[in-house]
Write a protein that binds this ligand. Structure first.
Ligand code: SAH
Length: 261
């Protein structure tokens, strides 16, 4: 018996970047125990297959720019479901604590006297780096890793400390950054970042329809125009992103080092 999921309580569960195999074992167990699962567009289909037969699956779709429920009504749904005595899982893409509005959901639960716990998940930046075969940090080259969101309210410019973000010794992961890619590039170069800084745009990381584009900062506005998908996409910017060595190129020196017989 697991006593960490009593009736009338809530778990905010990180569903990872999409591939169901990138769920934690704990997430899989909690999903399987839930009476009600509230999920949104970023949660991959295979993940929901883990819910038990008879569990209520509730779509609370949230994707920027599309019709979606507001955060307040999602908070209310979570609380109401728990107050009926159900075991509630609120599934969130990636890690709940990274651009996931988990604080609002926790506050709403606590205000209603509902017990709420968090199960962490693999964030999109980790999945993107894995797909690219690069490291987010790199000894002597990328000592700092910065997660920012480039989501601005309609009609508003991005309010960011560009000078701080233009650090050549950092890797910058820009969530919700596809639409803002041209502005991000212009502002970072304006703040002194080298125009040839490597950039990768990863869409649908860890999913079968994943696409990656690698380019340089000054060419990012052009590359962004060519991106036609409407899946979630992340920008990775920094010297570490350009350090990928294709497996075949890596194998070459070893092969040639074998003396000819
Ligand atoms: N909590 C999530 C982030 C939510 S914000 C996490 O930790 O990953 C939503 C943004 O996350 C998207 O706009 C995109 O920038 C990024 N994202 C989420 N899933 C992604 C995926 N599979 N591939 C690329 N980017 C993704």
């Amino acid at each position: 018996m697991h006593e960490d999921f009593p009736n009338g309580s809530v778990w905010l569960v990180g569903a990872g970047p999409g591939d169901p195999e990138l769920l934690t074992r704990k997430a899989a167990r909690l999903i399987g125990m839930a009476d009600v699962v509230l999920y949104d567009a970023l949660v991959g289909e295979g993940v929901l297959d883990l819910a038990r037969v008879g569990a209520q699956l509730v779509y609370v779709g949230k994707r920027s720019g599309r019709h979606s429920r507001d955060q307040g009504s999602i908070d209310q749904l979570i609380v109401e479901a728990a107050l009926t005595g159900a075991r509630v899982v609120r599934l969130k893409g990636g890690d709940p604590s990274i651009f996931g509005r988990s604080a609002e959901e926790m506050t709403a639960c606590r205000a209603a006297g509902v017990r709420v716990q968090v199960c962490p998940g693999i964030t999109a930046a980790s999945a993107a780096a894995a797909s690219l075969g690069v490291s987010l940090t790199l000894r002597g080259m990328a000592r700092r890793l910065t997660f920012v969101t480039a989501h601005a309210r309609a009609g508003e410019a991005l309010a960011m400390d560009w000078a701080a973000l233009a650090d050549p010794g950092a890797t910058l992961a820009v969530y919700m950054g596809k639409a803002a890619a041209p502005e991000v590039a212009t502002q970072l170069i304006g703040a002194g970042m080298a125009p040839d800084t490597p950039v990768a745009v990863i869409e649908n990381a860890s999913l079968p329809n994943e696409t990656t584009v690698t380019t340089r900062l000054d060419l990012l506005p052009l590359a962004a125009k060519g991106l036609r998908g409407d899946g979630p996409a992340l920008l990775l910017i920094g010297q570490a992103v350009g350090q990928d060595v294709p497996a075949t190129a890596q194998a070459q020196p070893i092969a040639t080092a074998v003396p000819a017989r």
